[in-house]
Every structure is written in structure tokens, then in C-alpha cells.
Unconditional design. Structure first.
Length: 183
């Protein structure tokens, strides 16, 4: 494992983590989608817009959903948010809703650890299939998820009010831990 491996800690996020998660979410989202999202979406989806959603999610976590944080030397390095599928196109299984890693910690195995943790959490609540959506053009994410055993399972257009993005669906069967790249 990498240098981060010895100091990497995963833990469930709580309401007190909303501000830090929001800040990392916005920074990584904007960097990732700078050349893909329309300028209006990049400007509008800021911390002020996202913080109420993070607070609401973390204050009232329903069964089968949650957020796991990755910390390196006590500092937030990434997170995964998971829960029931939110789009009809994803089916009735679980969904990896967000997986973001601070670019300063890229390539250290943090994304791998977070994806495993999210898949495991969904398996533990009885999900046997987990999906996620990747915006077309997000080549780095698509390569990562495929290397982690995700298989393309369809496409859909997000009906979001600011950005109607085209998305690829990736799927993992998680009933048993047999995913390619997950050992």
C-alpha cells in the first residue's frame, strides 16, 4: 500500500462533518467537471447550495444509507456516500452516490478503500447489486470504476435543473465478494 496506507482511517460521517464534506465535494466536483459542466452549473453548485443537503443527509441518515470518510493523519482525504438507488434507470439495488478524493491524495489507494467500504455497507443491508452513474466524458472515473470491476449496464440523461448530463451506468454484483479488482 501507499504512504497514506499506514495513516489512512475510515469512519462514518456525522452531522459535525457536513462543512468539511461540503467543501471537499464542491472543490473536487468543480475540478472534475470544469470542462464538462455548463458554466451556470459550475457557478451555482457552490458550498452555499450544497451545505443544506449535506446537513440534512447527515442529521437524518436512513437505514441502508450513509457516508464514510477517509482521513489521512486526521485530515479529510475523501468520502463515499451510498444508499438506495435514486434514479429509475439504476434499478432497485444500492447506489454509490458520490465518491470523491482530494487530488492531493490521488493514487494512494483511498478511492479503492472508499469504494470497497461503500459496496460492503450496501451488501451488509442486503443489496445484491450496486450501481453508480458516471457523466460521459469523465474518463478518469470511468477507467477507475471499470478497473474496480464495474460493468457498463446502460445510459441515461440526468434531468437535473442546471445540467442535463449524459451518464453511463456501472454495476457491481455484490452478493458475494467476487468482483474483479476488489480482492
Amino acid at each position: 500500500m501507499s504512504a497514506a496506507g499506514s495513516s489512512l482511517a475510515l469512519r462514518r460521517a456525522g452531522p459535525e462533518d457536513a462543512g468539511a464534506l461540503c467543501k471537499l465535494h464542491v472543490a473536487v466536483w468543480r475540478a472534475t467537471y470544469a470542462d464538462l459542466a455548463p458554466p451556470k452549473a459550475l457557478a451555482a453548485l457552490d458550498e452555499a447550495h450544497r451545505l443544506p443537503g449535506w446537513r440534512a443527509h447527515l442529521e437524518k441518515v436512513s437505514e441502508g444509507e450513509g457516508t464514510i470518510m477517509a482521513e489521512v493523519a486526521g485530515a479529510l482525504a475523501g468520502f463515499v456516500r451510498y444508499g438506495p438507488a435514486s434514479q429509475p434507470e439504476l434499478g432497485h439495488g444500492g447506489e454509490i452516490k458520490h465518491l470523491y478524493v482530494d487530488p492531493a491524495h490521488a493514487g494512494q489507494g483511498i478511492g479503492r478503500a472508499l469504494l470497497r467500504a461503500g459496496l460492503d455497507a450496501l451488501r451488509e443491508v442486503g443489496q445484491d447489486v450496486v450501481c453508480l452513474a458516471v457523466v460521459e466524458g469523465n474518463i478518469r472515473a470511468l477507467r477507475f470504476y471499470k478497473a474496480m470491476g464495474g460493468v457498463e449496464a446502460g445510459r441515461f440523461r440526468d434531468a437535473g435543473p442546471l445540467w442535463k448530463s449524459e451518464n453511463l451506468i456501472l454495476r457491481w454484483p455484490v452478493g458475494e465478494r467476487t468482483e474483479r479488482g476488489m480482492e
